[in-house]
Design a protein around this ligand. Structure first.
Ligand code: 13P
Length: 260
């Protein structure tokens, strides 16, 4: 049984005070929905305030990155080890980190392993750019990213890993990938790659999300695809009404899994 997930990646939005206020406002608006894992990923600066505002609730807190070394001369970075007691998740390998911060497959792998060692759930983002997409190279590229990210990750660790398929061309563009295409990439490529690495059982158990211009008005399409377990959401997660609508749609569209 795969519990659906709605994860809000706030990127570089919201001050500390705005983040904490959002968290407090979110709680009553999603209280009625069961069976959906809900996660918010504020900036590092706001993590503590948001964790405090959400303490004792069912909403998880995620970092937007996590360095693999526990400490060291890495100006601007925050380690997976430092997030202990504050965040339970860390987004790793987001395409904006790959593009802006020179994140490599090798470092993504080190971060995934560090996150698991530090008992964080890594939300590992993979995705092709427009050029790869137009060249018909999506599946090869995605499969390579998944294999690189999970190198040396033991089967036992996979019960905590969440993957997110985020085509770069769909992020923040309003040009979302169709649910059928996403279902094919996740079912036909990502789960096949996982099956090759870990066997069919684990491939069926790992949660795989879609991200890229997800909004309340297109969310139901994604949830109707068997292979898709939820969404990693940027823009629409910045608004309480949209965030709670997304959680409500996930709860409604995947009721069997939610209650099983
Ligand atoms: P948007 O939902 O704004 O397209 O962002 C998606 C994303 O990058 C989530 O990590």
């Amino acid at each position: 049984m795969r519990i659906p997930v709605i994860a809000g990646n706030w990127k570089m939005h919201k001050s500390v005070a705005e983040s904490a206020a959002f968290a407090r406002e979110l709680l009553p608006s999603i209280a009625e929905f069961d069976g959906v894992e809900r996660i918010v990923a504020p900036t590092f600066l706001a993590l503590t305030a948001v964790a405090e505002a959400l303490r004792g609730s069912s909403v998880g807190v995620s970092a937007q990155d996590a360095h693999f070394e526990p400490q060291g001369a890495y100006t601007s970075q925050v380690s997976a080890a430092m997030l202990g007691g504050i965040a339970s998740y860390a987004i790793i390998g987001h395409s904006e980190c790959r593009a802006w911060l020179g994140e490599t497959d090798e470092r993504v792998n080190l971060k995934v392993r560090a996150a698991l060692t530090c008992e964080l759930t890594p939300i590992v983002a993979v995705g092709e750019n427009l050029r790869q997409n137009e060249a018909g190279a999506t599946n090869d590229g995605i499969s390579a990213q998944v294999r690189a990210a999970l190198q040396f990750v033991e089967p036992a660790g996979m019960s905590r890993v969440i993957l997110a398929y985020e085509p770069v061309w769909a992020i923040g563009t309003g040009r979302n990938a169709s649910a059928t295409i996403v279902g094919d990439v996740i079912g036909g490529c990502i789960r096949k790659t996982l099956a090759g690495l870990y066997g069919d059982k684990i491939a069926r158990q790992v949660r795989v999300l879609y991200g890229g211009s997800v909004k309340p008005d297109n969310m139901a399409q994604y949830m109707s695809e068997e292979a898709i377990d939820g969404a990693l959401v940027g823009g629409a997660s910045l608004n309480v009404e949209d965030f709670s609508a997304l959680v409500g749609i996930a709860a409604r569209e995947k009721p069997v899994r939610s209650k099983a």
